[in-house]
Every structure is written in structure tokens, then in C-alpha cells.
Design a protein around this ligand. Sequence first.
Ligand code: 2SA
Ligand code: GDP
Ligand code: MG
Length: 427
Amino acid sequence: MADVVLGSQWGDEGKGKLVDILCEDIDVCCRCAGGNNAGHTIVVDNVKYDFHMLPSGLVNPKCVNLLGSGVVIHIPSFFEELQNLVDKGLDATGRLFVSSRAQIVFDFHQRVDKLREAELSGKQASIGTTGKGIGPTYSTKASRSGLRIHHLVNDEEGAWELFEEKYRRLVKTRLQRYGDFEYDFEGELQRLKEYRETLKPYVIDSVAFIHKAIADKKKVLVEGANALMLDIDFGTYPYVTSSNTGIGGVITGLGVPPRAIRNVYGVVKAYTTRVGEGPFPTEQLNAEGERLQSIGFEVGVTTGRKRRCGWLDLVVLKYSNSINGYTSLNITKLDVLDTFKEIPVAVGYKLNGELLESFPADLLQLAKVEVVYETLPGWESDITQIKTYDELPENAKKYLKFIEDYLNVPVEWVGTGPGRESMLSKP
Ligand code: 2SA
Ligand code: GDP
Ligand code: MG
């Protein structure tokens, strides 16, 4: 069976840390969607590991890691990230695999990502993408002109020539769309040719691999990337990423049947953050927001952008839970609220004076909603040194209980600091 860790808000909830902790007892850790836009940080024994595309299970020496077919892979970044981890002492030999069906992110996808953002900024607001070529790659995938890893590493006669032909055809369509932008296409082709042999040992048929792992009763953990509110279908479209970041993306991005999934762990930051543009009803564009940003060190791992900050939004979480069906929650960064005297929490949205049933699809409506808050008392004490759930201050417990009761989902873990040791299990 597979357990799944999913982001419940707009990302950066601290999924990487939970995955790292769970991986102590996991055989296979998989990514199923996104690419090197999914930055996360794991701190072990004061060593900070930055991940962007590779599964967090690499930190555990016994864990085998897979980039599934739904992931998009920029090959130079794959090797660069791996090298950075190896330089910090991780040994990935024989325990990192890439699906042959995964799509390739080309350098020109990244160029097009930035060109598209520049184009949008003149008319409507740009999306605020990470510039990693994620949207353009999923676009070429959907238009059936993309190239996959198996196209590159294929040894059949004429395979490379076919790859070149498809690559040139794809480039031509991009030039037609975005004008004759300056770009060394032939140089990229040459570099990709050189990567063929280096990449080969990592490439597997991931469908057969994961099927066997589940049949052999291996413990599989799926590491969600980004989060439900950035989902291409259920997020705040068009201010979303280009993959299914919710539970649907696990099924399509790994090729596992729904019945293979057991637990779905929702990771919930004790407040809310968002990177990039797009609506954010509980955002605090004031001193409180700045306090959350600075106490929580809310800075993007991939782009270094400051994350926007605001209060916990239970309307978002209820919607997110209705799609992903969390079996339990990990509330993270509770310690960031340690110094707040009062903590508002969003419990409803009103539109034209009426309470809404669910999170609105339309951004014009969303822009008009009035957020209904309930204010809970803070605990005003340092919880970072606490070792058990029971020792938490009463008001911190009440805050957690409020979330549980509203969502009707149990809290299983509570994060009280960035390190592996700062995670309380709820009895
Ligand atoms: P993209 O690049 O096409 O996926 O961007 C589309 C939107 O999705 C948001 N997005 C993210 N939001 C939060 N965290 C992400 N990962 C990095 C991190 C981000 C960073 O961990 O900090 O370093 O800036 C991530 N990736 C994509 C993005 O901001 C756009 O709103
Ligand atoms: P992810 O994308 O969901 O994996 O999250 P990120 O790693 O991008 O962002 C979460 C940040 O919060 C990282 O810097 C973590 O080290 C840090 N973090 C995770 N859990 C906690 C916690 O409980 N308390 C504090 N203070 N920091 C945490
Ligand atoms: Mg992140």
C-alpha cells in the first residue's frame, strides 16, 4: 500500500520534513507531479538540505526514490541537484530512479516560461511562476508534442535521429509562437546527446517498478509537490501550477490504482503563505503579516522570493479536504505563532452578505468575499523545546482542537521547529 503526503494550502507547508521523518520506515519514496519548482528544505543534525525536484526520501540511506511519470524533468538540474546532495554526504547510488514516461523540460521551455510571464505582465497580472519551464512543458505534453525520457535514452536504431527531428519540430512551433528569440538550440541538442549515457542507469519502467513494490508489500510513500490550491483544476486558476497537485495527480502521475492508497496525510501550516501572484483572502498586508514572514523565515527555496503571509484559512482547508480526503493532519510551524497574543482564523466567506457553501471558482467573486474570522487566544510562550504533545500550552491545544473540529480530521503530528526532532506525535 502507498501512503501520501499532500500540501493542503498554497505550498511550503513543510511536506519535506514530514516525508523525511516518515521515510525512516519507508522502502520507496516517490514524486508524482511537478518538477524543480517544488522547493523544500530538510534539516537533519543541523545540516540543511535543499531539494527542488528529487524526492526527500534520499536523506534516508535505506530508502529507494522514484520520479514518477507525471514529473517533468530538466536533466541538467536533475544532475546539479543530485551533485549538491552528494557534496553534502548523501549517497544515492542505486536508489534513485526516473520514469521512462516522464516528460523532459528543455532549456527553451524555461525561456518560454519567462517570455510568457513578460507578455502577461503588460495586460493582466503575470502568474509569478518559478521560471523553471513547468507550464510550457505541461503545455507541450498536453498538445502531444513533448518528448519523454525514453525518447532520449532509447537505443533502437534511428532513435536519436527521431529525437532530433521531434525536438526541432517542437522548437519551430515555439519560435512561431514567441518570435525569433535568441537561443542555442543546437547546443542544447548536443548537451542532451551527451546526457544519454549518464542518464540511462536511472531510467526505469516506473509502472512495473511501483506495481512490483506494492505487490511485494513494500512500504511506499508519495511526496506531493506544491499544494491543492495550486492544482491546475481545483486551485485559484489561472494562478496555479500546471499539474494536478492533489490526490488525482498521485494516481495519474504514478500509475497506481486508487485502492493502492491507504493514508492521505494533509500538511497544514498553522497560518497561510503563498508565493507568486493570485488571490489570498486571509493575506495580512500589514505588520502582522510581516511578523509571520520574518518569524517563519518565509522565503522561497527555489527563487528566494518572500512568501506572502496571512492567517489560517479553514474555508480553504475544508475545500482542500473535500478533494484530497485527508486521513490525518500534520500541523506545521505552530512555533511561529508563539508570540501572538490573539490568532484570528478564517471560518467562513460571505458574498453579498450571504455565507458561501464552498470556495468560489470565480476570481471576481473571490476578490469580493468578506472573510469571517474567529479569534483564538494565543499561548504566548516558547514551544520549541517541548518534547511531548501533552506539554503543549492549553491554548495551543485549543488551537489544534479548533482545526480538528472544524474539519473533522484528526491531527496526528505537530511541528514545533524546522529540525527532524521538532515534531510532536499526538497521542
Ligand atoms: P510554476 O513555476 O509554473 O509552477 O508557478 C505557478 C504558480 O505556482 C507557484 N509555485 C509555488 N508556490 C510555492 N512554493 C513553490 N516552490 C518554491 C518554494 C517556490 C519558490 O518551495 O519556495 O522558491 O519561489 C512553488 N512552485 C510553484 C508559483 O509561485 C506560481 O504562483
Ligand atoms: P514544502 O515545500 O512543503 O516541503 O516546505 P518548504 O521546505 O518549502 O518550507 C517549509 C519551511 O519551514 C522549511 O524551511 C522547513 O525547514 C521549515 N519548517 C518545517 N516545519 C517546521 C516547523 O514546524 N517549525 C518551523 N519553525 N519551521 C518548520
Ligand atoms: Mg516548498
